[in-house]
Write a protein that binds this ligand. Sequence first.
Ligand code: AOS
Ligand code: ZN
Ligand code: ZN
Ligand code: ZN
Length: 392
Amino acid sequence: MSADHSDRAAVKAALRAQHIETPSWAFGNSGTRFKVFAQEGVPRNAYEKIDDAATVHRFTGVAPSVAVHIPWDKVSDYADLARHAEDAGVRIGAVNPNVFQEDDYRLGSVCNPDPAVRRKAVDHLLECVDIMDVTGSRDLSVWLADGLNYPGQDSIADRQARLEEALTTVYERLGDDQRMLLEYKFFEPAFYATDVPDWGTSYAHCLELGPKAQVLVDTGHHAPGTNIEFIVAFLLRKGRLGGFHFNSRFYADDDLMVGAADPYQLFRIMVEIVLGGGLDPSSGVAFMLDQCHNIEPKIPALIRSVMNVQEATAKALLVDTDALASAQRAGDVLGANAVLVDAFSTDVRPLLAELREEMGLDPDPLEAYRRSGHAEKVRAERVGGNAAGWGA
Ligand code: AOS
Ligand code: ZN
Ligand code: ZN
Ligand code: ZN
């Protein structure tokens, strides 16, 4: 697999244009239900989480926005938070409502049998759109923990009707340039049924709502063996792929670093993105990370994650699409497959190092971060930090 000079330039231009959004919650302490291991130097508030996101951007050059989670990142003045982000060299990206952490939500949020709880959840979603107005955010990322633990616990059909009603109310509140991304997940915290279990359910709701409603694919939210690249190709073709929550899973919603468990799967997903035009900024596909760094240092883990997405994307961009198309037309099964395997087998690290130097960055972001002394500096400055979502 070799790219000539002009190909190389086009690949680098596409990589420069691909932006990867970091999640504010990944910078704070997190853990499992067994233990949250506190790390030193973690941010103490939303402002410091944004500083950490800016640090990831400084070393990678392609992570210019950070998703926030409300109320984990609650502040008294969101315009001030947005200005802080801008001063730090990043901006506030997707706003993630939290309708799963209060006792009121034991039986669900917008699908709850109690209309008062449903109202409270919808009010929170609307409040998040107000915040988007102030921060200039485009996307409301809706993940609902709603579902059932036991057969018969509630009416599956009635819950769909409640969901539809709530989503419609929120959809109607969206501004012209705002979108609602509806994330699906087939289990957890509900174990018998969830109210948005799969891409089909999300897609069906989005279709009814309108073009500003888009499906959000969290790579960790599928049953083992699910062909995620199929889902990506389908949604992209229909103009309904709002974006990703990237992470890796071995068993469940493990939220490990993207590209760590199965780089070939990530590559296959990125191939569909490239072939379907999803790298074009006008496609609106948002590349966001949704991860938790429970035992590893967080900023380097996010730098590594951004690099992993870039590597998969670079390999996908190196697919010889002419050779692929002619092999496919000729029914050459092995030849077509070899085109993909060749691209995947290419070492793209030299190309990415070259690109980073052209962007005025260190070619080795992780080593540059280590040398910078930033970790030692924040460890000394930030005493008593634990502004996590999960751990807070
Ligand atoms: C939950 O499983 C979903 O992936 C959410 O998108 C996300 O993890 C949560 O909102 C923040 O931790
Ligand atoms: Zn997610
Ligand atoms: Zn998840
Ligand atoms: Zn996840």
